[in-house]
Design a protein around this ligand. Structure first.
Ligand SMILES: NC(=O)c1ccc[n+]([C@@H]2O[C@H](COP(=O)([O-])OP(=O)(O)OC[C@H]3O[C@@H](n4cnc5c(N)ncnc54)[C@H](OP(=O)(O)O)[C@@H]3O)[C@@H](O)[C@H]2O)c1
Length: 251
């Protein structure tokens, strides 16, 4: 009898930080993993062997998603591989420190492209590979909801991602559910400057009602719930995952 191929979960930025935790969690749930990354580092091999050790495959694609010809090559390869997706997780993202006086067009375009345009294009190009009952998950940020004087393009891109999530949910229902996870401070390379500074680490902890930093695994648990059948009536939503920090007036 022919063996049924397991469904795959594609995670952009799937080898590091939040994306890595999502790749591992989805493998644990029984899915093959397709992880898109840009910079090779030693931990990629370790991730692959961990996933293989769970009896799942880990297919790695080195692609700069902001480079359209590289991104289209990835799409072509995925289509030719006959892969069937349970979920697309748009996780790859980038933040730039920018105030009103320092923001410039190059930096703005780069952030908007990766955080906002790429998730939309990935959904456009891959939704036909997602099985009925599958999901798209967009990794958003509290900075898409709560303004600050810094990170201007990041804020704009993440606010837009919440609305893109809603529009895609309407477009792709009932076949595919689309949700976003709106993260507060999570301990990854992106926030290294904060959590490796003892004072900032403690300050953020003290602001957070749950009295700790978020971990990548907090996000992967939520992602796992959202793609599961337990969430089969949930679409178009943005779930804040922040230890309660958004309950404060002034963050
Ligand atoms: N950490 C937080 O506190 C926090 C809070 C709110 C939202 N988020 C969101 O969570 C997501 C993951 O962030 P993280 O904290 O895990 O950050 P991270 O550790 O800096 O990881 C960023 C990921 O994006 C990938 N990436 C960056 N530019 C790329 C490009 N041009 N093409 C392909 N991949 C690219 C990176 O790939 P390489 O490893 O190959 O460079 C990496 O996997 C982002 O969307 C971020 O905005 C994070």
């Amino acid at each position: 009898m022919e063996k049924v191929k397991p469904l795959s979960v594609l995670v952009t930025g799937g080898t590091r930080g939040i994306g890595r935790a999502i790749s591992l969690k989805m493998a644990e749930e029984g899915y093959d993993i397709i992880a898109v990354y840009r910079n090779k580092d030693l931990k990629i091999k370790e991730l692959s062997s961990k996933i293989n050790g769970m009896g799942r495959t880990c297919t790695l694609y080195k692609t700069d998603l902001t480079n359209e010809s590289e991104r289209l090559k990835l799409i072509d390869e995925l289509r030719n591989s006959n892969v069937q997706l349970k979920a697309l997780v748009n996780n790859a993202g980038l933040g730039r420190s920018e105030t009103l006086d320092s923001v410039d067009i190059e930096s703005w375009d780069k952030v908007i492209r990766l955080n906002e345009t790429v998730p939309l294009l990935m959904a456009r190009d891959l939704h036909n590979l997602i099985k009925d009952g599958g999901s798209i998950i967009n990794i958003g940020s509290l900075r898409g909801v709560i303004p600050s004087t810094d990170l201007l393009s990041y804020q704009a891109s993440k606010a837009s991602l919440i609305q893109i999530t809603r529009a895609l949910a309407k477009t792709l229902a009932p076949k595919i559910r689309v949700n976003s996870i709106v993260c507060g401070w999570i301990r990854t390379d992106m926030t290294k400057g904060l959590h490796t500074d003892d004072n900032m680490m403690k300050l953020i902890e003290s602001w957070t009602p749950m009295e700790r930093w978020g971990e990548p695994e907090d996000v992967s648990e939520m992602a796992s719930f959202l793609i599961s059948n337990k969430a089969s009536f949930i679409t178009g939503q943005g779930f804040v995952l922040d230890g309660g920090v958004s309950l404060l007036k002034n963050i």
